[in-house]
Design a protein around this ligand. Structure first.
Ligand code: SAH
Ligand code: SF4
Length: 370
C-alpha cells in the first residue's frame, strides 16, 4: 500500500494541508524519510555544496525592542559595542583570503544618515580591497528605499530580512504594539528590496510562543508569495533578559528537542516545496544541538554562516542564550566548519558567491534581454 507521505511527496505541488501533515509527522522513520527526500531534492537542484557567508556582527546598537531579542533597545544589561571600521575590513579580508566567497554584514537596526553613509562607504571599501570578488549580503533591518538603493549601488547584492512570522497577529505578540514594529512595513521592505534587484532572503523564528503548526505552513506559503530567493530560519531560543524569554522561563515549557525537530522539518519541507532557493543552516541550530548545523545541511540546507566577528565582541552580540562559538576566533570557526562539512561528505563552494538559482530562474527573461 502506498503511504500517505509518499502520495504527498510525489505531487507536483503540495497543498497547505499537505504541508501541515508533514509538519505534524511523529514517527521517527517518517521524519527521517522526509529529511532524506529533502536531501535528494537539494542534491538535484542546488548540489551537495555548502556555500559560506562569513558573518560579521559589527554592532549591537538597536533602535528596536523586539520582545524576544537580547540586544533589544531596552535591555540595559546588554553591553553595547561597535566593531571599528578597520576590524570590519580585516574580517572581510580574512573572508576573501580564505576563499569564503561572501560575507554577511549584520547589526542591530539603525536608520540615521550617519549609519547609512558609514555602511555605504564600508561596502565600497570591502569591494575595493577584495577586487570586487567578495559577495556581500546585508542584514541591517528595515530601511527606507533610498538607503537600500545606496547600499545596492555600492555593491551589496543580497539582503536578509526575516518576517519572523507570516501571521500578523502573532507578530503583534512578539513585538511592541507601535509604529516602529509593523508587520506590514516589513513586508513592504521585502518587496522594495526585490524591486531594487537584491536577492531577497527572509525567514521565521520557529517555535516562538503562540505559534501553531498552521502558522508554519503559512510561513512556507509566504516565502513563495514573496518570491524569496533565500531562506534563513532557526529555532526561537530564550534570552533571559527579554520580556518573552522571561515569560517562557516562568512557564518552564521550552522543549529543546521539539524546537530542534520542528526546525529541521521546516528546512526539509521548505526545500521540498521551493526546491531551488538557498536555505541557511543557522547558528541557532547549533545552540540546541552540537551538530545542529550538520543536521540542517542533511535536512536540505545549503548555506553556512561561519562567524567572523572579532572574539572580544562575540559574547556581546547575544540575541539568545547559549549562543555557540563565542569563545572561538575566525580561524577556529573556519577549521571547525570545514571538518564538519567534510564529515558529512559535502564540499565547500570556496571563492564562489553561491547565489540562489531561484533568482536567476525568475529573472531569466531579464538576463536574456541584457
Ligand atoms: N536587526 C536585524 C538583524 C539582526 S537580528 C533584524 O532584526 O533583521 C537577526 C535575527 O535574529 C532576527 O531576524 C531574529 O529572527 C533572530 N533572533 C533574535 N532574537 C532571537 C531569539 N531569541 N531566538 C532566535 N532568534 C532570534
Ligand atoms: Fe534589533 Fe533585530 Fe534584535 Fe529586533 S531582532 S531587537 S531589530 S537586533
Amino acid at each position: 500500500m502506498i503511504k500517505k507521505i509518499d502520495t504527498i511527496l510525489t505531487k507536483d505541488k503540495m497543498s497547505r494541508d499537505d504541508l501541515i501533515y508533514l509538519l505534524k509527522l511523529t514517527s521517527r522513520d517518517d521524519i527521517q524519510y522526509l529529511y532524506d527526500r529533502a536531501y535528494a531534492v537539494k542534491e538535484q537542484y542546488v548540489g551537495k555544496v555548502a556555500y559560506y557567508r562569513g558573518l560579521i556582527e559589527f554592532s549591537n546598537k538597536c533602535r528596536k525592542n523586539c520582545l524576544y531579542c537580547g540586544i533589544r533597545r531596552d535591555n540595559k544589561r546588554a553591553i553595547r559595542f561597535d566593531m571599528t571600521r578597520d576590524e570590519i575590513l580585516q574580517m572581510a579580508y580574512f573572508a576573501y583570503e580564505n576563499q569564503y566567497g561572501s560575507v554577511t554584514l549584520q547589526s542591530g537596526e539603525r536608520t540615521d544618515e550617519k549609519f547609512i553613509d558609514y555602511v555605504e562607504k564600508l561596502i565600497w571599501e570591502i569591494k575595493r580591497i577584495t577586487k570586487g570578488e567578495l559577495g556581500i549580503t546585508l542584514s541591517l533591518g528595515e530601511q527606507d528605499k533610498n538607503a537600500y538603493q545606496r547600499w545596492f549601488n555600492a555593491g551589496a547584492h543580497r539582503y536578509l530580512l526575516r518576517i519572523e512570522t507570516s501571521n500578523p497577529t502573532l507578530y503583534g505578540k512578539l513585538h511592541p504594539q507601535d509604529d516602529n514594529h509593523s508587520w506590514q512595513k516589513r513586508v513592504d521592505c521585502l518587496r522594495e528590496l526585490g524591486k531594487i534587484g537584491y536577492q531577497v532572503g527572509t525567514g521565521v523564528m520557529i517555535g516562538s510562543p503562540g505559534q501553531t503548526i498552521e502558522d508554519l505552513a503559512d510561513d512556507i506559503l509566504f516565502y513563495e508569495k514573496i518570491d524569496a530567493d533565500m531562506i534563513g530560519m532557526g529555532p526561537y531560543i530564550v534570552h533571559h533578559d527579554t520580556p518573552l524569554g522571561q515569560t517562557v522561563m516562568q512557564a518552564n515549557n521550552y522543549d529543546k528537542h521539539q524546537h530542534m525537530e520542528l526546525s529541521l522539518k521546516m528546512i526539509a519541507i521548505t526545500r521540498l516545496y521551493l526546491k531551488d532557493v538557498n536555505i541557511a543552516a543557522t547558528t541557532a541550530l547549533q545552540a540546541l544541538n552540537p551538530v545542529g548545523r550538520e543536521l540542517g545541511l542533511k535536512a536540505g540546507a545549503n548555506i553556512l554562516m561561519p562567524v567572523l566577528t572579532v572574539s572580544q565582541h562575540r559574547s556581546k552580540y547575544m540575541l539568545y542564550d547559549n549562543k555557540p562559538c563565542i569563545d572561538d576566533n575566525a580561524a577556529q570557526c573556519r577549521d571547525c566548519l570545514a571538518g564538519r562539512i567534510a564529515g558529512i561528505g559535502e564540499t565547500i563552494g570556496y571563492a564562489k558567491w553561491g547565489d540562489a538559482k531561484h533568482y536567476f530562474k525568475k529573472n531569466a527573461a531579464i538576463f536574456k534581454t541584457k
